[in-house]
Design a protein around this ligand. Structure first.
Ligand SMILES: Nc1ncnc2c1ncn2[C@@H]1O[C@H](COP(=O)(O)OP(=O)(O)O)[C@@H](O)[C@H]1O
Ligand SMILES: [Mg+2]
Length: 1008
């Protein structure tokens, strides 16, 4: 609680070092981060260290520097309270500090003119009290989440406003105690830090307490992945520093023997040093006993009061303490004064805090078990009698104290109240924890239902819904199933149906899901539950679309829409319309105005219904449909707008990150690869859910692949596959995911000359998947498979290899059968179909065959190139132009046309930075004696390499073996291997991979 400089000075007289000892490196780190922030860059420092090592002291010292330079420091600490912390405690503290400084109107202004949701954290800002009677938050409707998003946004606004006046440092202390809501908000603020330049965030935590499953670990890990987040460790003091600290406290040098002895016993932990200096003559058995020594020298009455205070938590108000100890204010003060003087407690305006949490913990442990329960009971009674004593969160504190007092009846009742209180501050995980506690205590409290005025199945249902809100599918399903077991569907069919609907939505297997939904429908067929029926039908339609049961899905959606219009259920109308738009376009070419209309209506209904998930779902559907039809720009724009919207709702990590896929996909198609990579990286920085991350990685892998960065592509793909399959054992949750992953793997195999594996994968993938269910991702897979075969045909060594040609021929047959069944929909799929046809011609062309076959091939590729140009996809366009030129030149005719195609291919691939294609084009041009005066032709050999060696290097970089290089360049394998070793020695590379890496680093493969 080292809040201000004044307090520090105060302490100096009481056996605490007035000066900060050591810590130059850590201070420098903080100063550097602060300087970055003042330049407008984001920066966060996570300070770890054991208890008592000096994290708070270091931060306080740094805060002093910041204030001296005109900056503002806001500090809030996480509080330990039972197993879960106190929701949002550090932010409540920050708001309180600000109110003290600039007054309520000042803070309101900083929040954007309205106290809004922030008032829920600090009622002083003007919160509306909940309705009397049943706690509002535990009623039928769960707050759908946007309030929480608004709260998060408001905190961002607050920081932004403050930082416009002066640089700001936000210190969140003791993250190891952070409750989940606090963790979420911290994550939100740090990951959005780019939006608030001028704010440095510092988080401190006890690194020695982070056991393997500690909930704060994943937060720290996720934060550390952000490029502007830095971790720093606060180590123990050295022997020399320990001597300095002793001297500083005592006011004079200490003799070396004493320094040795203190250093040996304290191990350089400053808190223990202080304690030892105070009570040097005693020899504690353990470090924990050590922190008690100071207290044990205090009068008995003071010690008693301290033990009582220790049960309150980090800080206890005067009034609460006097109520609990049943003493007058003056008596409390009298009892505690010696503790303040001895620096065990720190007093502030209206209460006390222990100087260090370890001292509090030691005092608390000093309470006898029976005594502990009694003290907690006294706290509970005092707060129950006067909730204002608890400074805001009465119910949550009551629940904690009753539970610790082993009064299960009261613990259950207050946990129920606390769940409602948590709901009011959008702390849904704490709400869920409290509901779980109610359920857990239920059987031990005979009159539980009377105490809270509701039944056990209602508690379970509520818990299931809250868990759903939190995207915690497993617990949600478990609570919902438990509730379903307790209710009688005949007595309450509407409720049973709605629970079945919820469970159905959560089930991963379509079959189970549809079974639940159908059962739900059968329960509400009586005409009395039309609202429920509409909603269930809409859920069923959504689920059926995902399994491509289009006709059924449409029928269900239409029915849902009609019913929902009658019952005026806007959200259900929106959901049904989205589904109808999605299934509608399957029928015709292109997306019609009618479907766009439906989506627009769905969106505005969702907005009216206030359901942000639905609003963003509309953006996801719309951008997905547009991209599928080749409307790249529009698709990207819709998805981009969606991302901005998601950020406003506090849904950047979930829906927002998913929308990034729908931005990156069209950007990739348009050849705007740098932008696509930016979008992908930004989304990956948000630590999105696994499937979203995997999809983003596949896209990034495809771009790396096109740029010739095979190792990178390989790494990204492997990581994505792990994420995909990690989701549900081995099976992917979406067929499309498997198709795109297979396609990229195929391309990698082909580029690496791993023909055997390419064939096996293609065969397997085409067999296993119903491509007709997803033509959009089926076509690219077919093209990649045909290319794999073509590469075998044109590589003599591969074509001669045992059994390869036969297998290739067989695969080609299978591919043709699939392609025959697959209808190309929209310009992009049409272009894929043309590429497929051309690729098959290439694959079927025997080298001995007449040039006529080659001319046909050239024509097919030219057609494909034209289709790609129309689809506005430059990369496949350039590749098709290259193939057209290649075939034309091999046929011995049409050199002029070939030259034109090559020029264009060189230009496009150079612009894209598609290095392997640039190289192939340049090589072909040189062989054919065509001068391409664009990027690729000026490909002169730098790095002391001959032009030929550069050709070889390019192939090495593409992952080819000597044999493959030999056949590619029409040279003998022996010559190829001589080239390779010359190149390696010129580049000083130890391996082929290293040679490739060096080449990239030296930009040898770059177009000039
Ligand atoms: N570098 C230091 N120089 C002087 N005193 C220190 C130093 N580090 C810590 N202390 C003192 O040690 C005690 C514990 O430090 P504190 O910052 O509260 O630890 P932490 O926050 O890491 O648990 C405090 O009384 C503090 O004043
Ligand atoms: Mg601390």
């Amino acid at each position: 609680m080292l809040g201000s400089d004044g307090m520090l000075e105060d302490m100096a007289s009481r056996l605490i070092s007035p000066a900060l000892i050591g810590r130059r490196a850590q201070l420098a780190d903080l100063e550097t981060a602060f300087a970055a922030v003042r330049r407008g860059e984001p920066a966060t420092v996570l300070l770890g260290g054991e208890a008592g090592v000096g994290k708070s002291r270091l931060t306080a010292e740094f805060a002093g520097h910041v204030r001296a330079e005109g900056g503002r420091v806001l500090t809030g600490g996480c509080l330990e309270l039972g197993a879960e912390g106190l929701p949002f405690a550090p932010f409540t503290a920050v708001l309180r500090e600000l109110v003290r400084e600039v007054g309520t109107p000042g803070v309101t202004e900083l929040l954007g003119g309205r106290a809004g949701e922030a008032a829920r954290l600090l009622p002083d800002l003007g919160v509306t009290e909940p309705e009397p009677g049943e706690p509002a938050g535990n009623g039928a409707d769960v707050y759908p989440g946007e309030g929480r998003g608004r709260l998060f946004e408001q905190m961002l606004t607050l920081l932004e406003q403050l930082s416009e006046r002066s640089p700001v440092v936000l210190v969140i202390e003791d993250l190891h105690w952070a409750d989940r809501s606090t963790r979420d908000l911290v994550f939100f603020l740090v990951s959005n830090q780019r939006a608030v330049p001028g704010v440095l965030i510092i988080g401190t935590f006890r690194s020695d307490e982070l056991h393997r499953t500690h909930p704060v670990r994943p937060l720290l890990a996720e934060l550390s992945r952000l490029p502007w987040v830095q971790r720093a460790e606060v180590p123990r003091l050295t022997r020399g520093e320990t001597g300095e600290l002793l001297a500083a406290i005592a006011g004079q040098q200490q003799d070396p023997a004493r320094v040795d002895s203190v250093f040996a016993r304290s191990e350089g932990n400053p808190l223990f040093v202080e304690e030892l200096l105070c009570c040097d003559d005693m020899l504690p058995e353990s470090l924990r006993d050590l922190v008690l020594i100071r207290a044990q020298r205090l009068p008995e009455a003071t010690q008693n009061a301290l033990r009582v205070a220790s049960a309150a938590g980090e800080r206890a108000g005067h009034a609460l303490l006097s109520a609990v100890s049943r003493l007058g204010d003056d008596d409390v003060e009298r009892a505690l004064r010696p503790a303040v003087e001895a620096n065990v407690l720190v007093a502030d305006a209206d209460g006390y805090a222990f100087r260090h949490a370890l001292i509090r913990e030691a005092m608390y442990e000093d309470l006898l078990p029976g005594e502990r329960g009694r003290v907690h009971a006294r706290y509970a009674e005092a707060i129950a009698a006067d909730p204002s004593l608890a400074a805001g969160r009465a119910a949550i504190q009551l629940a904690h104290h009753w539970y610790a007092a082993h009064d299960l009846g009261n613990a259950l009742a207050s946990a129920w109240q606390a769940a409602a209180e948590a709901n009011r501050v959008f702390a849904y995980s704490e709400q869920l924890a409290m509901l779980a506690k109610v359920s857990e205590l239920w059987d031990k409290v005979p009159d539980a239902a009377q105490r809270i005025g509701t039944s056990h199945d209602r508690v379970l249902e509520k818990a299931g819904r809250v868990a759903h809100l939190l995207h915690e599918d497993e617990p949600s399903r478990a609570f919902t199933s438990a509730a379903l077991r307790e209710i009688d569907p005949k007595a309450d069919p509407g409720r049973a149906a709605s629970l079945l609907e919820l469970r159905g939505k959560l089930r991963p297997e379509t079959q189970d899901a549809v079974a639940d939904l159908r059962e739900a429908l059968s329960l509400v067929a009586d005409g009395q539950h039309e609202r429920e029926r509409a909603s269930i039908l809409a859920s069923l339609a959504t689920r059926l679309t995902k399994s491509n049961a289009t006709t059924e899905a449409r029928a269900a959606a239409l029915q849902a829409l009609e019913l929902a219009e009658q019952t005026r259920d806007l959200a259900t109308q929106a959901s049904a319309l989205s589904t109808l738009a999605a299934v509608g376009h399957v029928d015709g070419p292109g997306i019609s105005d009618m479907e766009m209309d439906m989506l627009a209506r769905a969106r505005s209904l969702a907005i009216q219904a206030g359901d942000h998930h639905l609003v963003l779902n509309a953006s996801i559907s719309e951008s997905h449909l547009l991209e599928g039809l080749g409307e790249h720009e529009r698709a990207a724009q819709v998805a981009r707008d969606g991302i901005a919207e998601a950020a406003r709702y506090g849904l950047a990590r979930t829906e927002g990150a998913f929308l990034a896929i729908n931005v990156a996909e069209p950007l990739y198609a348009l050849g705007r690869w740098d932008e696509a990579v930016e979008v992908i990286e930004r989304a990956l920085n948000l630590s999105a859910p696994p499937r979203t991350r995997a999809c983003l990685q596949v896209l990034a892998g495809a771009i790396a692949m096109a740029r010739g960065e095979l190792a990178k592509a390989d790494g990204l793909l492997s990581s994505a596959v792990q994420l995909f399959s990690g989701l549900r054992g081995r099976a992917y949750s979406h067929v499309e995911d498997q198709l795109v992953a297979d396609q990229l793997r195929l391309e990698l195999f082909t580029a690496q000359g791993r023909h055997q594996e390419a064939l096996a994968l293609a065969q397997d993938s085409v067999h296993r998947h119903d491509l007709q269910a997803s033509p959009r991702y089926g076509w690219p897979l077919l093209v990649a498979a045909a290319r794999a075969v073509a590469e075998i045909t044109v590589t003599p060594a591969a074509a001669r290899a045992d059994g390869l040609a036969d297998a290739a021929g067989e695969l080609l047959g299978a591919l043709d059968a699939e392609a025959g069944k697959l209808r190309p929909e929209g310009p992009v799929q049409q272009a894929y179909q043309l590429s497929y046809t051309a690729e098959v011609l290439r694959a079927r062309h025997a080298p001995a065959e007449a040039p006529s076959g080659l001319a046909e091939q050239a024509a097919a590729w030219e057609q494909a190139a034209a289709a790609w140009e129309q689809a506005r996809e430059p990369y496949p366009q350039a590749a098709a132009l290259f193939r057209a030129a290649e075939a034309a030149l091999a046929s011995g005719g049409a050199k002029d046309a070939a030259a034109t195609w090559l020029h264009r291919a060189a230009e496009i691939s150079g612009d894209l930075g598609a290095r392997p294609l640039v190289g192939a084009v340049a090589l072909l041009a040189r062989r054919a004696g065509i001068r391409t005066d664009s990027a690729a032709a000026q490909y002169v050999a730098p790095g002391g390499l001959t032009p030929r060696e550069l050709d070889v290097l390019r192939l090495i970089a593409a992952g080819m073996s000597n044999a493959r290089i030999a056949s590619e360049l029409f040279i003998s394998p022996k010559t190829a291997s001589v080239h390779v070793s010359n190149i390696m020695s010129k580049l000083g590379a130890a391996s082929r991979g290293e040679a490739a890496a060096t080449a990239h680093k030296l930009r040898l493969l770059d177009p000039p």
